[in-house]
Design a protein around this ligand. Structure first.
Ligand code: CA
Length: 225
């Protein structure tokens, strides 16, 4: 089972990571909201553990974006210190499946994960993203463009999948960097190089480049629909 932890408190995140990994789960951790959201839309997870108060993008917004914009129905377990009824209701309102209050026992978290997973499995999970001629399958991390499979490095796949989650929207350099690399870079060379590889590979596979540079702002995926 693959679990994503989105938690900015290093001690809590490490505790959860160590425990769940020792119990045999595959675990990824993101320490801020943008990095967490990016992982959640570009990789397959069985359960997401989501803190409410996060830098860059808060937990409730992430929940809402996953459910509404990206149509991702992965079970979400909210982790929070706020134990008021109002916050719980807000979490459910935004698409959370269950709620656990800090401080929690690790066994309690695992029991909730297992229960959520059980409840969820059996439903058909379709998280394949399609934008015009582009198709992204997160389960096998593959991109197909105009019917041809495109071989791409993982960071290029993440960049593209992120843009596919909101076609037409302009993604700024810093936003893409912090979503894919976890921080912003000194110069824009790394992003530029990956964009170049991505765009060249897509052009070769499908005969045209679906990404456009928006000068001074960033990049977007041109939706022809
Ligand atoms: Ca927090």
């Amino acid at each position: 089972m693959q679990i994503l932890i989105i938690e900015d408190d290093f001690a809590i995140a490490t505790n959860l990571y160590d425990y769940l990994e020792s119990r045999g789960y595959g675990v990824d951790v993101a320490y801020d909201g943008i990095a967490g959201h990016c992982l959640a839309v570009t990789q397959h997870f069985d359960v997401i553990l989501l803190d409410l108060g996060l830098p860059k993008l808060d937990g409730l917004t992430i929940c809402q974006k996953l459910r509404q914009e990206s149509q991702i129905d992965t079970p979400i377990l909210m982790l929070t210190a706020r134990d008021t009824l109002e916050d719980k209701l807000k979490g459910f309102d935004h698409g959370a499946d269950d709620y656990i209050v800090k401080p929690f026992a690790l066994k309690e978290v695992e029991a909730s994960i297992v229960a959520l997973h059980k409840r969820h499995s059996g439903k058909v999970i379709s998280r394949i993203l399609v934008v015009d001629d582009l198709l992204f399958d997160p389960k096998i991390m593959s991109i197909t463009f105009a019917g041809s499979s495109v071989k791409l490095p993982p960071k290029c796949i993440r960049l593209l999948a992120l843009m596919m989650s909101e076609p037409g929207r302009v993604f700024g350099r810093k936003e893409l960097e912090s979503a894919v690399w976890g921080n912003t870079q000194e110069t824009s060379d790394t992003l530029r190089t990956h964009m170049h590889v991505l765009r060249r590979s897509l052009s070769q596979a499908g005969g045209y480049d679906p990404i456009e540079t928006v000068h001074g702002l960033g990049y977007h995926l041109v939706s022809r629909a």
